[in-house]
Design a protein around this ligand. Structure first.
Ligand code: SAH
Ligand code: SF4
Ligand code: F3S
Length: 434
């Protein structure tokens, strides 16, 4: 069969899609270039906010139309919305099968069942089967995602992820390292270790495995030039990890530590397990031991009960830390979570919108000022992709800064030195210097 994939949500979903594509193509299927030519379409979904979920329902409308044209088209839904709304999804006529986040290794078998006319939900836990032997079709030929820990045990009060991804489960360290070595042997130069909580990595293995150890060992693999990891959890971000990052230039200088709010009362209601003071102290330790690190974060605006003063505390934290990047989101109640059950979504929409826009404007201002520090500097960049239509490519620095420069597409995946000659609130611009 020709199978097309549509993927929404985080990098873990992207990485899951890469594995499903690998498994299907190893089983003799083809990956379709477009939905029109496909015999089956698999939608890998995200449920983190109402808007993410809406994307699937919008898509289902389009698929209904496609099915009218091609009566034999099969549609499968997986990912976080599949976990959350399985039964409801199967009431949509255009959906043939639904499967959970821990059943993805079974995708070939599931497709076979759907082909024989069965409509079903598969929620089994086969996550142990996802390892270094799993075939994968990777999106990039120089940068690879590797999921090191599945699930999340934190239960932040607003978050659906622990319900859709299940309990934390770490992969064996040797298995991860052999995947990394194999990738390095095939010319991959960058690796991103993924998990909802990479700092919890190894805790369930009881064999001394930890993120710090894993990264230390990865940094010794020949050929690997850059090691990234996502996402960190402030309370579990260890001093040992800070030391490991400081000790090797191969490890990302961009550290993502989601703070969510600058107010102690809100942090408590979110069940984040740390205070503003703890977070500020952690950032201080990071900045002292890794002076060239830049920081990024996630913030939720308009959590239930957020007062103007509490919002202003978030603003002051943003001013104090001066993040390189902020993923800002308006609070969106998720069915089944603690905050959706026990707290009213009582911050009016126009207040949420104003707070969000004000914080976005502040962040833009900070970005512009911080970026000006790069002017005339020479920075190390690895090329990542073409920019349509103007002969330029974009690349990335170890601080996760996007840089745009003139270069042949052959330089994608290659390191270059760029002299920065122009900045914006977003990317930097420059020219290659020898
Ligand atoms: N494990 C990571 C990321 C989880 S989801 C962490 O702990 O940070 C990514 C981001 O989505 C979160 O950091 C949070 O800012 C946002 N998010 C999660 N649930 C949300 C909700 N119900 N409403 C709005 N934003 C939410
Ligand atoms: Fe969600 Fe919190 Fe887990 Fe992150 S740590 S995935 S925000 S429950
Ligand atoms: Fe979305 Fe699930 Fe990732 S909710 S952010 S796809 S873990």
């Amino acid at each position: 069969m020709k199978v097309a994939f549509r993927t929404f949500g985080c990098q873990m979903n992207m990485n899951d899609t890469e594995a499903m594509m690998g498994i299907l193509s190893a089983a003799g299927h083809k990956i379709a270039g477009s939905e029109e030519e496909a015999d089956a379409i698999i939608v890998n979904t995200c449920a983190v906010r109402g808007k993410s979920e809406d994307k699937l329902y919008g898509k289902l409308g389009q698929l209904k139309a496609l099915k009218k044209k091609n009566g034999r088209l099969l549609v499968g839904v997986c990912g976080c919305v599949a976990e959350k709304n399985a039964t409801e999804l199967l009431t949509h006529k255009e959906v043939d099968f639904v499967f959970g986040t821990r059943s993805i290794t079974k995708v070939d078998e599931l497709l076979g069942r759907a082909e024989s006319g069965e409509r079903f939900i598969e929620m089994g836990d086969f996550i142990d089967e996802l390892d270094s032997d799993t075939p994968r079709i990777r999106t990039s030929s120089h940068h690879a995602w590797i999921t090191i820990i599945f699930g999340c045990d934190k239960f932040c009060s607003y978050c659906i992820v622990p319900y859709t991804r299940g309990r934390e489960k770490s992969r064996e360290m040797e298995d991860i390292l052999s995947e990394a070595r194999e990738l390095a042997g095939r010319g991959y130069r960058e690796i991103t270790y993924l998990g909802q909580n990479v700092d919890s990595y190894g805790k369930d293995l009881d064999d001394g495995s930890s993120l710090a150890n894993l990264i230390r060992k990865t940094s010794r693999i020949e050929g690997i030039e850059r090691i990234w990891f996502l996402t960190s959890y402030p309370r579990d971000f260890s001093d040992e990890l800070i030391d490991v990052i400081a000790s090797s230039e191969k490890i990302s200088r961009s550290i993502h530590l989601p703070v969510q709010s600058g107010s102690d009362r809100i942090l408590k209601a979110m069940n984040r397990g740390y205070s503003r003071e703890y977070y500020l102290d952690l950032i201080e330790r990071v900045k002292t031991r890794i002076p060239d690190a830049t920081l990024s974060t996630d913030i939720i605006i308009g959590f239930p009960g957020e007062t103007e003063e509490e919002y202003v505390e978030t603003v002051s934290l943003v001013k104090e830390i001066r993040f390189e990047r902020i993923n800002l989101a308006m609070y969106s109640p998720r069915e089944g979570t603690i905050s959706a059950r026990k707290m009213a979504d009582d911050v009016p929409q126009e207040v949420k919108t104003r707070r969000l826009n004000d914080l976005l404007a502040l962040q833009k201002h900070i970005n512009r000022e911080e970026n000006e520090k790069y002017l005339d500097r020479i920075i190390d960049v690895i090329g990542e992709g073409k920019i349509k239509g103007n002969g330029k490519i974009y690349g990335r620095t170890m601080n996760n800064k996007i840089v745009i420069y003139e270069a042949q597409p052959e330089l994608i995946g290659k390191s270059v030195k760029i002299k920065v000659d122009r900045v914006s609130a977003g990317p930097l611009y420059g020219v290659i210097t020898p």
